[in-house]
Design a protein around this ligand. Structure first.
Ligand SMILES: [Zn+2]
Length: 104
């Protein structure tokens, strides 16, 4: 039977379905006897599912948007002007080096 260290090296492949038949059999045997590694498999699977889950784009707070726009445009923008809201898929595309532009 493999030890925990060897099992830990197989867990990612186990979750991703990338183990050979021999590796799978060895890890299954270990997991049946080792609650710690079994918990590690559950935690890693939950993490993978969480990362893979589609997320809604988050909107930056006004203060952060203002700092970003100030960093891009400097003080050319009037201080009391409103901060434009960016579309979720907004991108900053430089027209040429040193002259960035913001598409809203
Ligand atoms: Zn173990």
């Amino acid at each position: 039977m493999i030890h925990c260290r060897a099992a830990a090296e197989l867990i990612t492949g186990y979750i991703d379905g990338e183990l050979t038949a021999d590796e799978l059999a060895a890890l299954d045997e270990h997991l049946a006897e080792c609650p710690e590694c079994h918990e590690r498999v559950i935690a890693e699977r939950q993490t993978k599912d969480l990362v893979a889950r589609p997320r809604q784009p988050a909107e930056a707070p006004d203060r952060l948007r203002r700092r970003i726009i100030d960093a891009i445009f400097g003080k050319a923008r009037p201080a009391d002007s409103t901060v434009p809201k960016l579309a979720p898929n907004a991108r900053v595309k430089p027209l040429d080096p040193g002259r960035p532009t913001l598409s809203l």
